[in-house]
Design a protein around this ligand. Structure first.
Ligand code: FAD
Length: 467
């Protein structure tokens, strides 16, 4: 077979790229090494983690807040098997959805390991044991990433686990040690803490979610401690772990240089992810690698070999599904000669804990580093009528705006339904709105979005109305 475009990898980068290529009239193939489509995000990432976050949130609310709402329950229990089965069902229905989209768009799907024979020939080692080759004019590499392991702390997938195993546990752990206070560790730590697990987070840096605006990590840390009993150990350098059957002991060096230990029945290693290019045969096509295992690309996401592009987690930038999707569309449109654009500064980052956390644009720390004159406005959810009604009064919205022009430079939020609220900030900033623009727009009452308007009012001559 001969294709205009072949996409290797069916994650959010790959399958979206394939759909856009097909929409643009290109004869398109997609290759996936597993027997399901959707990649990390759908199978062992975004979707299953959110399914478990939702289930565990229901349980936590039933156990802790229903009574105050006047709802009394007896014999509340966690059925972890059912919880995991429901998650699997959610994943399956999305797998089927993507397979349908491939068919609808007349994209040929190959299940097997794809690798370059040369620049224009791709070999597929099929899951069924069959091998075949296809010819292609252009190729989009979207092979994603894998969890990073610490060299001195081998993952045994039973007690010392990554996010992938944490989505499949057969029991609620008594105590889980989470190594790494980033997004994945906090989300999956939250799932189990809500179900009754004691969670201890051991972090090398001095805060959680350190790349986001610092105010967010501080508030999230306070709330996770208060509501879920999280314990945090910062500036701790993990040095190893030993598995003694039912217990794992993690050793670390504390800030004073002393050796300390943490015991738990599970250790979740969530120290980041690394690009995945194994077995792709990049050398056969002459594709050069960049730093830290990434594929090197130019501003058009094209590798050093003309006609071979790379997108998503396997290239530089945030490892996020929506960033991969934007890049998929970008490359498809570039291939047909269009001039698409991605504003990387406006790709929002979200943490699906409760309260949820999100940020877009520059953080206050970045503006300080740039020496840029800015002003801030913030509004706490404890002053929001909507948040009081739902008893979700932790958190705030913070706006950073240019001191002279009032243009919004960054918005950072923690609170209820923030993962959805951040879209307003993205739209505002894409249209280069000023804080006053947003503060003059009607926001439905009572909604959580009013906190955005109020924070913008606060940034506009300190005019917040409800605080
Ligand atoms: P991937 O989704 O990793 O897909 C790559 C695909 O390529 C895989 O299916 C792989 O099997 C296939 N492949 C690799 N090599 C070959 C080969 N040689 N031949 C054929 N196929 C191959 N991001 C968010 O934006 N929001 C979230 O809420 C979120 N939650 C997450 C939660 C967890 C627990 C994890 C682990 C990640 C989460 N992420 C989240 C990150 C998100 O999953 C990734 O950023 C996203 O999946 C990257 O998409 P991608 O298309 O680049 O690669």
């Amino acid at each position: 077979m001969k294709y205009d475009v072949t996409v290797i990898g069916s994650g959010p980068g790959g399958y979206v790229a394939a759909i856009r290529c097909a929409q643009l009239g290109l004869k398109t193939a997609i290759i996936e090494k597993y027997n399901v489509l959707g990649g990390t995000c759908l199978n062992v990432g975004c979707i299953p983690s959110k399914a478990l976050l939702d289930s565990s949130e229901h349980y936590h609310n039933a156990a802790h807040t229903f009574k105050e709402h006047g709802i009394e329950l007896n014999d509340l229990q966690v059925n972890i098997e059912q919880m995991i089965n429901r998650k699997a069902g959610v994943v399956k229905s999305n797998n089927d959805g993507i397979a349908f989209l491939m068919k609808k768009n007349k994209i040929d799907t190959y299940y097997g390991m794809g690798s370059f024979v040369n620049k224009n020939t791709i070999k597929i080692a099929g899951i069924d044991g069959q091998e075949q080759q296809i010819e292609t004019d252009k190729t989009i590499i979207a092979t994603g990433s894998k969890p990073t392991a610490l060299p001195f702390l081998p993952i045994d997938k039973k007690r010392i686990i990554t996010s992938t195993e944490a989505l499949e546990l057969k029991e609620v752990p008594k105590k889980m040690i989470v190594i790494g206070g980033g997004v994945i560790g906090l989300e999956l730590g939250s799932v189990y803490a809500r179900l009754g697990t004691k969670v201890q987070v051991v972090e090398y840096m001095d805060s959680i979610i350190p790349t986001m605006d610092r105010s967010l990590g501080k508030e999230l840390q306070r709330v996770l401690k208060k509501t879920l009993g999280f314990e945090f150990f910062f500036n701790h350098k993990v040095t190893g772990a030993t598995n003694e059957g039912e217990t794992v002991t993690v050793t670390a060096e504390n800030p004073k240089g002393e050796v300390v230990t943490f015991d738990g029945d599970y250790v979740l290693v969530s120290v980041g992810r690394k690009p995945y290019t194994e077995g792709l045969g990049l050398e056969n096509a002459g594709v050069q690698m960049g730093e830290r295992g990434m594929i090197a690309v130019n501003d058009h996401l094209e590798t050093n070999v003309p006609g071979i592009y790379a997108i998503g987690d396997v290239v530089r930038g945030a490892m996020l599904a929506h960033k991969a999707e934007e890049e998929g569309v970008f490359v498809a449109e570039t291939i047909v000669g269009q001039k698409p654009h991605i504003n990387y500064n406006l790709i929002p980052g979200v943490v699906y804990t409760w309260p949820e956390v999100a940020g877009v644009g520059y953080t206050e720390e970045q503006l300080k580093e740039q020496g840029r004159a800015y002003k801030t406005g913030s509004f706490p959810f404890k002053a929001s009528g909507r948040a009081k009604a739902s008893m979700d009064t932790d958190g705030f919205v913070k706006v950073l705006a240019d001191k002279e022009t009032d243009e919004i430079l960054g918005m950072h939020m923690i609170g209820p339904r923030i993962a959805d609220l951040i879209a307003e900030a993205v739209v505002a900033m894409e249209f280069r709105a000023s804080a006053e623009d947003i503060s003059r727009m009607s926001h439905a009452h009572p909604t959580y979005t009013e906190a955005i308007k109020e924070a913008c009012l606060a940034a506009t001559e300190n005019r917040a109305l409800h605080i």
